[in-house]
Design a protein around this ligand. Structure first.
Ligand code: ADP
Ligand code: MG
Length: 329
């Protein structure tokens, strides 16, 4: 069954949207098919992907009863976006008057959910009817939290609400500490408190990283904007952890024709091989199944560079690259 993951916290400005965008994009780079539902009227997901305001959005689905499939916007290879809209501010009172007011989103998404590996719902900071719908629709809940005293206090209230709405805390899968500043003593103290209180639910922290705050202004995910940044490394590690938790395996694609038909240099007159990527650079994501060199049969090394997966052979210097997105449609 596809996972429907609500990314929520009652506090604003603590990394919900940053986590939604970069976890979703990380999974898409591993070949997962992703739907992101932007349930926050600020439309920060759309802005972060640099996508123009679409003609149809979540308002049309929830209020005008348009099918979801007609209201999707492609955001990246493997990522569809059900964008938000200002109109949803006023529309929430209309939703709350319906007899099925808590299940409107879940019902609307039902026909399309099976087309995706993961559906991510980016929530706003208030407990409004849209957020309630997001929590009702979710199979799993992911809670980013800043390492600040009040944010951590607020988690207790959030936990109580999750229990009340879902009847159990079981769907709370992960608490993701964000904006961890290793030079700040409070960051360490609060991370320890968080771990003592919530144990294994707490993931490795996402470090504070200016590149994460710059990327949305360029309409780019962190892997596009700066794949070597701490932000990219930390979110890639979170994606790997979630992949293990949900049993998601990277999607292997059939091998493509080599982009560079490079044979080993046979004579001194042969042109020098193009510079090879440094094998010491670790891939951001574990990629598709191992591939062997089409020339000498040795296992190909892989690295990720600016959204491309580069395969190269240490033995004969064969090299080819492909878009890392694992586009499946
Ligand atoms: N780890 C981080 N380091 C630095 N800035 C961050 C980090 N995570 C998020 N930000 C920035 O903090 C601001 C709030 O983050 P955002 O994800 O929009 O929060 P929310 O969705 O919870 O309101 C944004 O400007 C974002 O770019
Ligand atoms: Mg947000």
């Amino acid at each position: 069954m596809p996972r429907v993951i609500a990314i929520t916290n009652f506090k604003g400005g603590i990394g919900k949207t940053t986590t939604t965008v970069n976890v979703a994009a990380g999974f898409a780079l591993k070949g997962a098919r992703i739907l992101i539902v932007d349930a926050d009227v600020q439309s920060n997901v759309r802005i972060s992907f640099g996508v123009e305001e679409p003609r149809r959005n979540l308002y049309d689905v929830l209020i005008s009863n348009k099918p979801v499939a007609d209201c999707l916007t492609p955001a990246r290879p493997n990522i569809d976006l059900l964008a938000s809209s200002d109109d949803l501010v006023a529309a929430q009172s209309e939703i709350s008057r319906r007899p099925d007011w808590g299940r409107v989103l879940e019902t609307a998404l039902r026909p399309v959910v099976r087309h995706y590996d993961f559906v991510f719902i980016d929530c706003s900071a208030s407990m409004n009817v849209l957020n309630l719908n997001a929590l009702m629709a979710a199979s799993d809940i992911l809670v980013p939290t800043a390492l600040e005293h009040l944010a951590i206090e607020g988690l207790k209230q959030l936990g109580r609400n999750i229990s009340r709405i879902k009847g159990t805390m079981g769907s709370l899968r992960m608490i993701v500490p964000t904006m961890f500043d290793a030079r700040n003593r409070q960051s360490h103290v609060l991370l320890t408190t968080l771990r003592e209180t919530y144990g294994a639910l707490v993931t490795e922290p996402i470090r504070i990283n200016v590149r994460l705050s710059e990327a949305p202004a360029h309409g780019k995910t962190i892997y596009e904007y700066d794949p070597r940044s701490n932000g990219a490394t930390d979110y890639a590690a979170l994606v790997e952890k979630l992949s293990v938790m949900f049993g998601f395996k990277p999607v292997a694609r059939p091998a493509e024709a080599p982009a560079v038909a490079a044979k080993p240099a046979a004579s001194p007159a042969a042109p020098a091989p193009s510079p090879q990527p440094q094998p010491t650079e670790r891939p951001l994501f574990s990629g598709p199944a191992r591939q062997d060199c089409p020339h000498c049969g040795q296992p190909l090394e892989q690295i990720m560079l600016a959204g491309y997966r580069v395969y190269f052979c240490d033995n004969c210097k064969f090299k080819r690259q492909e878009l890392a997105s694992g586009l499946r449609r």
